[in-house]
Structures are given as C-alpha cells and as structure tokens.
Ligand binder design. Structure first.
Ligand code: HEM
Length: 540
C-alpha cells in the first residue's frame, strides 16, 4: 500500500515536472528568445519538428510550404527556434558572397558527412578551411579547363543522340513480342542522368562509368544517391543517429537499406582508383591524361613556383564522392526539364531547331563557345535553370519547383550580428534563402508560370536586372564548383539533341503532374511520378 502510494506520487511528480519544463521551453522560446520578435507560426518557433514533418514524412515538401508562410508573415520569418528564412532578393548577396563571414550551418551540413564518414568540401564549416580545399579543385573546373576538355562533353552528347535515335527506330526489329508503343518510347529520364554521370567520371577521372551503354542506364546510382539524401534529413533532425550509422558495419547497413549496397560498392571503386593513382605517382608513371586525382594528390607547380596544399587521401576520397554525385540529378533534372519544355511547345521547338541548324550544318563540329553565342539556345537554358509553368492540378506553390538545388541553404550569422529588413539578428542565428524563391520573385519574373525564353531576350538592362535574381548555382565562395561543367553539359546536350531531332514528342503517359518536384537539398521528382519518356512524332 505504502509502495503503491510512493509510486503514484513519483508518477505525479514526473508528470508535473514534464508539464512545467515544457511550459518553460514554450514560454522561453516564444517570448524570451532573441528571435521572439521575428514573425512566424507558433509551432515552428518552438521546435524543428515541423521541418522534419515536411522534409522527412512528406518527403522534401518544406519548399512547398515556405512561400505560403512568407505570404502570411512577410519577408523574414522564423522557421525553427533558431532559424530565420528570408525571401527578399536584396538580401541574397549579403549572405552568399565571396568574402562572406556567414559560415555554413553545421547542424544542416554536418549530417551530410554521415554516410561518407569524413568531412567533404560541401560541409567544411570554416570559410578559411574551405578556401584552401576549394583552391585545389577550382583549376580543374575553371572555364579554361572545361573548354580544354569539351570533347568529353561533346562525345557523350553525340553518343546520347545515337542511343536516342536507335531506341526510337527499334520497332522495325522485333514487333512480335512487344507493343509498338513500348518499343518506340525512349527512357529520357534515365539516359540524361547516365549522360551526366558518364561526363563527370570521364572528365574528372578519365575513367568513365559508361552508364549510357547499360540497358537501364545505371539506374541504381541516382536511386542510391537519393536514398542517401533522404537519410540526411533524418540525420539533421536526429544527429545522434549519425554515430549509430558509423558503428553499424557496412554489411548490416546494406541489408537494412538495399539501395546502399551498390553505393558502398561505388565508394570502393573510387577508393581503389585513388590507390591506383597514388601508386602511379609513387612509381613516377606518366599518366595518359592527368586527372583530378593526380592534381589533388600531387599538385602541379603554380605560376609563382609554389605547390598548392596537398590533400590527404581521405579528403581526396571525400571530395571525389561528392563531385561524382553532385552533378547527376542537378544537371539531369535541368536538362530533362529543358527537353520537356521545348518539345511541348511547337513555337519554341521550331525556333530552337532553326537557330541550331543554321549555325551547325553538322552537329559533330559544335564547340562550346559557338553554342554559347546562340541567343535563343542560351535563353532556353537560362529559363530551364530558373522557373517553370504552373500545373493546373496543383496550387502554384506546389507546382513550380525548379530542378537543381532549389531549397534553403542555411548559414550562421557571424560575430557582430546582422540586420535584414530592419530586424537585427544576434550572432549564431541561422539564416537561409531558397533559390526557388529567388526565381519566383514577382518583379524579376512576371508571369512566372510561363516557360518563356523570350524573357531573356529583352533589353540589356531588363536582362541584367533579371539575372540578379538568377542564382541556380548560388553565389560567393561556397557556390557550385561544377557550374562551368554543368553549363557545358546543358549547352552540348540540348544543342545536339535539337540540332538532330525535330520530331520528338513527350510520351502520352507522361503528364504535367509528373513534373512536380520535392527538395532534398537537390530537387527530385516525387517517388510516385512517372519517368520522362519521349517518342517520335507519329510514333503512337
Ligand atoms: C545544373 C546543375 C547544377 C546546379 C543547379 C548546382 C547547384 C549547386 C549549388 C546551389 C551549390 C551550393 C550548395 C550549398 O550552398 O550548399 C552547389 C555546390 C556544389 N556543386 Fe553543384 N550544381 C550543379 C551541377 C554540378 C556539377 C556538374 C558538379 C560536379 C562537378 C557539381 C558539384 C558541386 C560541388 C562539389 C559543390 C560543393 C562546392 C563547395 O562547397 O565548394 N555541381 N551546386
């Protein structure tokens, strides 16, 4: 009896303590927190669970909700106890600039290291440490290097067109076993991502993975990267899971998460390749072509006569993993979007084909500089990197997510604090802006629902103003290192496809609703979406 009463009292005390503690947290975060004056929904200011709900349980839908919150609460909103989101383009360059003192938010970027288990270029927190690491990569992805190695991108684009052409004429071969409809459809979704993987593996490592030659275009790879990215969201909210993942042997992780199996294997391929290059360097074997691994392990002399800082094998490995994966879905989804929009719009299609065929009687002779000089092609690419048509089926904010990296890229306010839209933020506050919202600024992009390359062909002043809001690769010292290569891929792929084919159509099974995107740092199609396929005019 005495024991029962003691236990009841203990439970009561615990319940009272929990209620008081919860009340204290709520009152402190809402009314006495340095960010308490920043507008935003109550629940979001108390906990980061709403972000987890939209990112993990609704898979990457935070980006769909942010515009609605801005509409309701204004240009500066509190989206978690310590994070502020901004949507006024005037603030972009204050945060994301070359000499920025804003550092990356460790609680967002740190978990990205989880699966690789070592810091990667994307996640280095200190801007100084990042500068040293980035300076090792920059020369390899400079405009000069991309121009020097343009044959890599050109040859993969031509191969893509060969495969597209033979896939669409397959119906002559074996009509008995498959329906005509099935035969003539080309899996453009898979092939575009295979193209992006083949380019980066050939360009950076001179060791192409040749996904374009595979039946399913190496579909395991984008699938595995996506699984890894989904995991980041959980790691970001529950960082204690990261060491658990580290302790669990790879074999068990592979059993628990099947898409990881091949991904772990791909890590081994990269690791072994680094070992091989290290051996070559030690044995003073002259490589056929110096790759990024040669440059990172054994940096060449600079014009000053100095050698750049050497990276450890572990750092070279980590950056190679990111470089291989970072350009697949980003470039892939952008190119896919461009091809979809062009073939869905006869006027755009005709104009683009004419411009390309007038400039290049033979697609094999294209050069990047000649492609870049084409105004209409350039306008199509800029439009593909920025914004997309409204899908009638969804409310606008659910429909116009652009590919690439559309979401918020959180940074930490430096010592001394910062002021945005007349609201002062103390040091240590996390601030973020979303590229997708920049591309939907109503002043820079009137009629954002329309895919309209002409918006990039107006007066110089008008285009310059618009370009201030065009930030697909972000800006400043932490911007995309692969942007020159990505642009070269977009120019060559879109250029060769539309120089060669004037009769492509979207497969009738593919609807506008399949273009919806979710954001897991990189923009993805929702899992239920059908894959983008093309057919030849009259092929149905
Ligand atoms: C259309 C294609 C692409 C888009 C839109 C894009 C966009 C971006 C953005 C916005 C960032 C900054 C992320 C952040 O602040 O957290 C970034 C970083 C990065 N991107 Fe890309 N990217 C593209 C293609 C590529 C390609 C082809 C590569 C491979 C070479 C690549 C490699 C990287 C790497 C390594 C970083 C981290 C850079 C650093 O932290 O210094 N990206 N990208």
């Amino acid at each position: 009896m005495i024991l029962a009463t003691a236990s009841d009292n203990w439970q009561l005390c615990t319940a009272v303590f929990l209620v008081l503690w919860l009340g204290y947290v709520v009152v402190r975060r809402r009314y006495f927190h340095p960010l308490s004056k920043v507008p935003g929904p109550l629940l979001w200011s108390l906990s980061s669970l709403p972000i987890l709900y939209h990112q993990a349980l609704r898979e990457g839908k935070l980006i769909h909700v942010l515009p609605k919150l801005h509409e309701r609460y204004g240009p500066i909103i509190r989206i978690s106890p310590n994070e502020i989101h901004l949507n006024d383009p005037a603030n972009y360059d204050k945060i994301y600039n070359v000499l920025s003192k804003f550092t990356k938010d460790p609680s967002f970027y740190g978990p990205i290291e989880g699966p690789v288990r070592t810091p990667v270029i994307l996640t280095v927190i200190s801007n100084e440490a990042h500068r040293a690491r980035r300076s090792a990569l920059n020369p390899f992805f400079s405009r000069r290097s991309v121009l020097d190695l343009e044959t890599v991108v050109r040859s993969k684009s031509l191969l893509f067109c060969e495969i597209l052409s033979s896939a669409l004429s397959k119906d002559e071969i074996d009509l008995e076993h498959e329906s005509k409809d099935k035969k003539k459809a080309f899996n453009a979704h898979g092939a575009i991502r295979a193209f992006a993987t083949d380019v980066i593996t050939e360009y950076a490592y001179a060791n192409c993975w040749n996904f374009l030659d595979e039946e399913d275009f190496g579909a395991w790879y984008p699938r595995a990267i996506r699984a890894v990215q989904t995991m980041f969201v959980w790691f970001q909210t529950f960082p204690r899971l990261i060491p658990v993942f580290g302790w669990v042997p790879d074999r068990v992780n592979m059993l628990l998460f099947p898409p990881f199996r091949k991904w772990f294997e791909s890590l081994d391929v990269i690791r072994n390749f680094i070992k091989e290059v290290r051996r070559e360097i030690d044995d003073e074997v002259k490589p056929e072509r110096r790759t990024i691994f040669h440059d990172l392990i054994d940096p060449p002399l600079e014009s000053t006569g100095k050698k750049r800082q050497k990276l450890s094998d572990e750092a070279v490995f980590a950056d190679a993993v990111v470089l291989t994966g970072a350009g697949v879905e980003t470039t892939g989804a952008t190119a896919e979007r461009a091809i979809y929009e062009v073939i869905s719009n006869p006027v755009i299609y005709k104009t683009l084909v004419k411009e390309l065929r007038d400039a290049f009687p033979d697609a094999e002779n294209m050069t990047l500089m000649a492609l870049e000089a084409l105004p209409y092609l350039s306008a199509v690419i800029k439009e593909s990197l920025s914004q997309f048509p409204l899908l009638k089926k969804f409310p606008p904010t659910e429909s116009r997510i652009n590919p690439g990296t559309p979401g918020h890229l959180p940074r930490v306010v430096p010592p001394g604090g910062a002021t945005f839209n007349n609201i002062s933020l103390p040091p240590g506050t996390v601030v973020s802006m979303s590229i997708w919202l920049m591309h939907h600024d109503p002043v820079a992009f009137p009629n954002p629902e329309t895919f309209d390359p002409n918006r990039w062909l107006g007066s110089e002043d008008e285009v310059r103003d618009r370009e201030r809001c065009l930030v697909p690769f972000s800006r400043g010292s932490r911007n995309c290192v692969g942007k020159n290569l990505a642009m070269s891929e977009l120019y060559f792929l879109i250029g060769t496809v539309f120089c060669r084919f004037d009769d492509l159509e979207v497969h009738p099974d593919f609807g506008k609703e399949d273009l919806e995107m979710v954001e897991l740092l990189v923009g993805y199609r929702p899992r239920k979406a059908r894959k983008f396929r093309v057919v030849r005019n009259g092929g149905e």
